[in-house]
Design a protein around this ligand. Structure first.
Ligand code: ADP
Ligand code: MG
Length: 482
């Protein structure tokens, strides 16, 4: 057997794959060749992992075809090595583990099988254990991705409400762009874990492959597009959107509904990427068929991959989420307290977390989490939900407290004297009215994500023990709920 076959093989690989996949194998080097085994090395850990996990079957098929074309009978097994790791492996073989009787030292094939199994089971562990150097590529890929690291599969608690969507997300992360689920469409109410699951896909891909991932909201997309129009740079922006990413995650796609030009632009990008086998993941608060003002062709394309919904978590899942979060924060959460929170706060996971944060923060000052403390914090919010105040009452109360007008609180200025009271009003309205985020969006003349971010901001600051904020909220609540 000679190296002509190798060249034929590489050429066939090139012909049978798209450029993105071929990039993983093009600098593959043939180390040794026998009638039954070829040893090849890959230049870095990312390629080594990716090829073994996702491409090996396809590569073997191509090799078999090449053998047939070359009229060579039999089967050749490919053994992948990591460049730089060869010496060590050869030493291992030489010292009594010689697996094949063809006269040269290669490593035990069972070691490869084991390693592969370990990699599939736990990519992070193997990456850090196996690579001599830190996984440099992922640092840059991470920066460019816009992902938040804590949204991982490991941190995601499973329950009846989300396990199917989770399984689909895992499958996409293991095999991005494979076509079965492109786009993956995840939908469901506010605060139920859509963004978390979507970003978990991105985080997993970044850590296990050199694929370029990008997370953005559909509003980011719309704003970037408008900026490009204003800067007269649409063609280069468009080219960047199409050629810079292998996996595109677009959150809250419902916001492009009604924006005719942005929709069109997005649809073209979408089609371009999907036809190049790049993975797209979309989230929305509704199923594609229910998003008003979305063009029909988009509805059918968005829903044409796989659509999976996330529902409200049940009581057991809420308990599991609370316990996991407390554990992650190193806080002891007594069971009766967890049970009390889980039974009262059934709106969504975000509220559940917000509530636990408030309890943990207060407990730090007051010394320990007790049922009584939890009740004191939860009851005003979740028991008075029936004796709710109106959003106008909240806005009036906050305006009076801060000495600003309702035009100012409902206006667009992002200066702190207006933005801070506005966010507090959003938070209080969310806590003490029955209105949904979209309702609140209308009441504040803002998008529902703006309200959501405002509420989130206040919750985050409360969790950070912002004393003056705590005082403001307490006084406002005293006035509002008296
Ligand atoms: P959505 O995008 O659906 O509005 P998010 O993904 O932002 O919701 O989730 C809200 C919060 O709840 C986040 O902090 C997220 O980490 C958390 N969360 C949601 N679902 C789960 C879950 N199943 N397990 C753990 N945390 C969750
Ligand atoms: Mg979200």
């Amino acid at each position: 057997m000679n190296t002509k076959i190798w060249d034929h093989f590489i050429q066939s690989l090139k012909d049978s794959m798209n450029d993105m996949a071929f990039a993983y194998v093009e600098d593959m080097v043939l180390m040794r060749m026998s009638d039954t085994q070829w040893d090849v090395s890959l230049s870095d850990m990312a390629k080594f992992n990716y090829v073994q996990s996702f491409l090996s079957e396809r590569i073997s098929e191509v090799l078999q075809k090449v053998l047939e074309e070359e009229k060579i009978e039999g089967h050749i097994e490919l053994n992948y090595h990591l460049a730089g790791a060869q010496l060590q492996n050869q030493n291992r073989s030489v010292s009594g583990m010689l697996p094949f009787n063809d006269g040269y030292g290669v490593r035990d094939s069972s070691a490869i099988v084991e390693e592969k199994a370990a990699f599939v089971a736990s990519p992070r562990r193997v990456l850090s254990e196996n690579s001599a150097e830190p996984f440099i590529a992922s640092v840059e890929l991470r920066k460019a991705s816009n992902l938040t690291e804590r949204f991982s599969f490991e941190n995601f608690v499973l329950g009846n409400s989300n396990d199917v969507a989770y399984a689909a997300a895992k499958a996409v992360a293991a095999n991005p762009g494979s076509g079965d689920c492109n786009p993956l469409f995840i939908y469901g109410g506010v605060g139920l874990g859509k963004t978390h699951l979507m970003q978990a896909i991105g985080n997993e891909i970044i850590e296990t492959s050199p694929l370029r991932v990008r997370y953005m909201t559909s509003e980011d997309f719309a704003n970037d597009y408008i900026d490009a129009i204003q800067a007269k740079s649409v063609p280069s922006w468009r080219a960047r959107m199409r050629d810079s990413y292998d996996v595109l995650l677009i959150d809250d796609i419902q916001f492009i509904a009604g924006k005719v030009e942005t929709q069109k632009e997005f649809f073209n990008t979408f089609n371009y990427l999907v036809s190049a086998n790049k993975q797209i993941v979309l989230t929305s608060d509704k199923h594609p068929s229910e998003i008003a003002e979305l063009e029909e062709r988009m509805r059918s394309r968005f829903g044409g991959g796989g659509t999976f919904d996330i529902q409200l978590p049940d009581y057991e899942t809420r308990m599991a989420i609370l316990n996991k979060k407390a554990r992650a924060d190193g806080v002891y959460l007594p069971n009766d307290v967890a049970a009390y929170i889980a039974s009262k706060v059934a709106t969504n996971v975000r509220d559940l977390e917000g509530c636990l944060n408030r309890i943990m923060t207060t407990a730090r000052v007051r010394g320990g989490i007790t049922l009584e403390l939890a009740q004191r914090i939860i009851d005003p919010i979740y028991q008075t939900r029936n004796v709710m105040v109106g959003v106008d009452a909240v806005i009036n109360c906050v305006c009076k407290y801060f000495g600003i007008s309702s035009e100012e609180i409902l206006g667009k200025s992002r200066a702190k004297p207006f933005a801070y009271p506005r966010q507090i009003a959003m938070y209080l309205a969310r806590s003490h009215t029955t209105l949904s985020y979209p309702d609140l969006g209308r009441a504040f003349g803002k998008d529902h994500t703006t309200v959501l971010h405002g509420v989130q901001r206040i919750m985050d600051d409360l969790a950070k023990k912002d004393q003056s904020l705590q005082n403001d909220i307490k006084r406002l609540e005293d006035q509002l709920l008296k």
